[in-house]
Design a binder for this molecule. Structure first.
Ligand code: ZN
Length: 201
């Protein structure tokens, strides 16, 4: 799809913006125009922030969280309980749980969920790293905080099977979580309650 009057630089900008979640070609064109109009107030600072983030932010080699340090601030924090690991799908879920201050242990980011339809297999997720961490005697509980989607629950069952035999309790969040609900959309109170009343998976 061409915008005809725009040059290749603008076409490229629009094509890249259109790859962002929630933005189609039409909203990408609007965003591009907005950026060009607000060049000093928005476009240049945004370009700098993007370059800075691309340069400095890295994935924690322990848990998969995004931070400027490896291990990340959560893995390195002495005040956080190393005996409980909360398994989440994405870094966005860590942000949601940290916003709610619902959990004081450590995290493990899977990087997605198993999905036959999308061709996501166990090897595509950070499951090996989880099994390794779960085998550490200091770890006593693994909380499966996966979304209440079909794929999320399939993944939770798969992980329970893989973790069986290790000397860890496997728990999951209480389902005040609506079906199809994603952690990121839950209010802080619901998240905290779901954590408090977690139960064996
Ligand atoms: Zn980490």
């Amino acid at each position: 799809m061409s915008t005809h009057s725009a040059g290749p630089e603008i076409e490229r900008l629009i094509a890249l913006l259109a790859k962002l979640p929630g933005l189609g070609p039409r909203s990408a064109r609007r965003a591009a125009l907005h950026l060009l109009k607000k060049r000093d107030a928005l476009m240049s600072p945004l370009a700098e922030a993007l370059a800075d983030a691309a340069d400095k932010i890295t994935a924690c080699s322990t848990c998969g969280n995004m931070d400027v340090t490896d291990p990340c601030a959560i893995c390195a924090a002495p005040g956080r309980d190393p005996s409980v690991i909360c398994v989440v799908e994405t870094v966005g879920d860590i942000w949601a749980l940290e916003r709610a201050a619902a959990f004081k242990g450590r995290y493990h980011v899977l990087g997605g969920v198993l999905s036959p339809l999308d061709g996501v297999r166990p090897d595509d997720l950070n499951i090996g790293g989880l099994l390794e961490r779960a085998g550490n005697p200091v770890v006593k509980e693994i909380v499966l905080a996966l979304n209440a989607t079909v794929d999320g629950q399939t993944t939770a069952h798969y992980l329970s099977d893989r973790l069986e035999g290790l000397s860890v309790d496997i728990t999951s969040l209480a389902r005040g979580v609506p079906v199809g609900g994603e952690l990121d959309y839950l209010d802080d109170g619901t998240l905290t309650a779901a954590f408090k009343s977690r139960r064996p998976a």
